[in-house]
Design a protein around this ligand. Structure first.
Ligand code: ASP
Length: 334
């Protein structure tokens, strides 16, 4: 047995006591519930309060997952599932309706460690498409399953299926009627409209990031139309080497510009800050082509950017430094 010098032992224990405990990795989450014509003039105080409480419920539930030591993947899935169940948002129940009056739902989730991804498109009976997207990632060798094939997979996995009527709300039926009326007067392209898609990005205590997006797409869309949300790199992307992004806006523009990946590529290859990369893509590149909308983005250090070139965007962010913000209008905190 070696002889221990009592003085050396004392020094070692004093040093150990003085050493700062390794501080946990900062945690953060950001959410959105769609971008578009969101302005005080079109809002009643009741509707505004209802949107804000819907956003707060999703934000705080996602944050609670991170606070308990859960993964960013579980946090974004939890936040998105809550917004899918909230009929005021365009995802799950209350999703907008296609030209034939049905909801056709798209969703994607991406794990920045790996990276791994799962997505579903054009499903009509899946109560929570984000849960099915997660199962595609975790339990299949594929990234994207669509329509009937996706629903067969949902059955195999024991996912909750509901009748199509579950998704239709009086508000969405009214919006479809309006869009159809407009269609008779103008070009069809002008008679599809967006708003209310939901998404989340998060970083957990291990420093892993994740992104998730879920949507009914556009009101009055063609049957079979798939938007950017379930397309990895267009409306949803996460990679621990750069950032996590969830987008909302006219999906066709996001697909053509590969918006979510483009932001992360600027961070990764050009070493732009997250805010700079988001600004460049949303306010310059996307706007130049006429694309309207916004994104929420986050990097592994926990920096968050929530930006949009539309009038407003439903959004929220919370982190372990004490920030908690919910916004709708441009003048609300970013
Ligand atoms: N990006 C969605 C889509 O085009 C719509 C939206 O974000 O409102 O499907």
């Amino acid at each position: 047995m070696s002889r221990l010098n009592p003085l050396a032992l004392l020094c070692v224990s004093l040093l150990a006591a003085a050493a700062p405990a390794a501080s946990p990795h900062p945690i953060a989450i950001a959410i959105h519930a769609g971008a578009g014509v969101i302005e005080p003039a079109r809002m009643t105080s009741e509707r505004e309060a209802s949107y804000r409480s819907g956003l707060a419920a999703a934000l705080d539930a996602g944050y609670a997952v991170l606070e308990r030591g859960g993964t960013s993947l579980d946090a974004v899935q939890t936040a998105v599932r809550i917004m899918e169940d909230d009929p005021q948002f365009n995802a799950g129940r209350g999703a907008v309706l296609n030209h034939e009056g049905d909801a056709e739902l798209d969703a994607a989730i991406m794990d920045g460690s790996g990276p791994r991804a799962g997505a579903v498109a054009a499903v009509r009976h899946v109560k929570n498409p984000i849960d099915l997207a997660r199962l595609v990632m975790d339990k299949s060798p594929h990234v994207l399953l669509v329509a009937d094939g996706a629903e067969d997979f949902a059955l195999e996995q024991g996912v909750v299926l509901v009748p199509r009527s579950y998704f239709r709300t009086p508000q969405r039926l009214h919006e479809l009627e309006e869009a159809r009326r407009a269609e008779n007067e103008r070009a069809r392209a002008a008679a599809v409209s967006a708003s209310g898609t939901v998404g989340a990005v998060a970083v957990d205590r291990a420093g892993n990031i994740a992104a998730a997006t879920s949507t009914g797409g556009l009101t009055n869309k063609h049957v079979g139309r798939v938007g950017d949300s379930p397309l990895i790199g267009a409306g949803t992307y996460a990679n621990n080497e750069s950032c996590a992004v969830s987008g909302t806006g006219q999906g066709e523009y996001y697909i053509r510009q590969l918006v979510a990946y483009d932001i992360c590529a600027l961070v990764h290859y050009r070493h732009l800050t997250l805010a700079q990369a988001v600004h460049q893509v949303i306010h310059e590149k996307l706007r130049r082509t006429g694309g309207e909308g916004g994104v929420i983005a986050l990097d592994p250090a926990g920096n968050v950017a929530m930006d949009f070139n539309s009038i407003g965007m439903f959004r929220g962010a919370r982190d372990s430094a004490g920030k908690r913000a919910i916004g709708m209008y441009r003048e609300d905190a970013k």
